[in-house]
Design a protein around this ligand. Structure first.
Ligand SMILES: [Zn+2]
Length: 437
């Protein structure tokens, strides 16, 4: 505690007292920490206590240190925080030289190598972590020892991770009983993420998971809930784009082309483009739009894919920056469970040419409907976390949503979207079935 307080970067030292019986609170208070007592009704576990810490900490950047480090040095704080303050990383994990962590070497690393080969870390289980508060608020923490590896695997795509070397740390060695609990909880967390993020591709692997589950006697809560596959509509479910079909039908194709050029040139935003185009629909009836949309053909394999996904227990949603009316038509055709699109104002049975402003939006983007917030809304609707959603799309707005979704699938997409997605599909939607078991 004394060493932490010496750092100029530290505004507050927070100690969470999870019903300790060794006078932790008293000693910490005396050393100058702010002490928060964890409610005794909360489930016990490292993750619960970290969650209490996140909720009570006042700083913008949060750093976690294990409390049982014997030779703590002030510079540990600086090394953990400076990559974040310099804008070089969004999430920092501190590794250290020590006697080999048995759970790390025998459980965590082998499983991570198989299912998350891109995560290359010396110490994936290290409890020394730092990041901005917003980042931690976006992640659902495991209650138990799975928390540290869970955070690592749940980090949204695009988060820059850095592992920094803290040198030698002397730690209290864990007892055998503790090791066994820890192994189970760490393995359980990695396996649920493997399933949740679509890393377990084959039926046979599902069996392996079943065996592992009984072997480890864990029942991961996520596997009971159904996951949600969220499809973009234009170009993904549908072969064409709704607005192109409407422009052809109602004679504003030239204006559409010009407005798109202005948007591509940065003259107007996506939102302004969308508002501008809606004006051409003024005076049309809802069923005029419905008729035009129903004439558009679905992309190859869409119907079969959706049907099979539903049989496998997935929920299906449409998230589109086109119109809700069009989503309804397409949703009916493929039997989707839910859809979100831009809502056109209707008065006396006719469109007014105005988009009603209650669509999802965020401060980071200027889409008429922010799909990142859209994914969060859909997740809430189905009672799952955004990490349990899979987004399939082809545009930048879909890529934006891949920051919060558990898995991003690029369908027939531009290279920017492909970079963010983990799965690439080119023409036939049925390829998706290979990945989602
Ligand atoms: Zn946004």
């Amino acid at each position: 505690m004394r060493e932490v307080k010496k750092s100029k970067l530290v505004d507050e030292v927070l100690v969470v007292d999870a019903c300790s019986r060794d006078r932790t609170a008293e000693v910490a208070l005396r050393a100058g920490a702010r002490v928060v007592k964890q409610d005794k009704h909360l489930p016990s576990g490292k993750g619960t206590t970290m969650q209490v810490g996140i909720e009570n900490a006042r700083g913008d950047v949060l750093v976690f240190f294990d409390a049982d480090i014997n030779n703590f040095k002030t510079e540990f704080v600086d090394r953990m925080v400076s990559p974040i303050l310099k804008g070089e990383a969004d999430f920092v994990k501190g590794s250290f030289t020590r006697t080999a962590g048995r759970v790390t070497e025998m459980v965590a690393k082998p499983l991570i190598t198989v299912f998350f080969p891109e995560v290359k870390m010396k110490q994936p289980l290290s409890g020394q972590i730092a990041g901005r508060r917003e980042l931690f608020e976006r992640i659902r923490l495991e209650r138990d020892w799975g928390v540290d590896v869970g955070i690592l695997l749940d980090l949204p795509t695009g988060v820059r991770i850095r592992e920094v070397d803290l040198g030698y740390i002397s730690h209290r060695m864990k007892r055998e009983g503790e090791l066994s609990d820890m192994s189970q909880e760490v393995a359980g967390t990695i396996m649920t993420r493997s399933v949740g993020q679509g890393r377990l591709f084959f039926g046979g692997m599902g069996n392996l998971f079943g065996r592992l589950k009984s072997w480890l006697s864990i029942t991961p809560p996520e596997t009971k809930k159904s996951r949600v596959v969220i499809f973009d509509m234009d170009g993904v479910l549908l072969k064409g784009r709704v607005i192109d079909a409407l422009a052809r039908e109602y004679g504003f194709a030239k204006e559409l082309r010009k407005a798109r050029e202005r948007c591509a040139g940065g003259e107007i935003s996506e939102r302004e483009l969308s508002e501008f185009l809606a004006r051409f629909l003024k005076g049309l009836r809802v069923d005029d739009i419905e008729k035009t949309v129903s004439k558009l053909s679905l992309n190859k394999g869409v119907k079969e894919t959706v049907k099979k996904l539903k049989q496998r227990g997935f929920k299906i949603a449409i998230l589109s920056d086109s119109y809700q009316i069009a989503c309804n038509v397409t949703g009916k055709r493929i039997k989707a469970d839910y859809s979100i699109g831009n809502i056109l104002e209707v008065k006396n049975g006719r469109l007014t040419g105005v988009i009603i402003k209650n669509q999802p939006n965020c401060s980071e983007c200027d889409f008429s409907l922010c799909k990142k917030v859209g994914v969060e809304r859909i997740a809430r609707k189905f009672g799952v976390s955004p990490r349990e959603c899979i987004i399939v799309g082809d545009g930048e707005n879909d890529a934006h949503a891949m920051d919060v979704a558990g898995l991003g699938v690029a369908f027939n997409a531009a290279s920017k979207v492909k970079e963010k997605a983990r799965i690439l599909i080119d023409k036939d939607m049925r390829d998706l079935l290979e990945y989602l078991s």
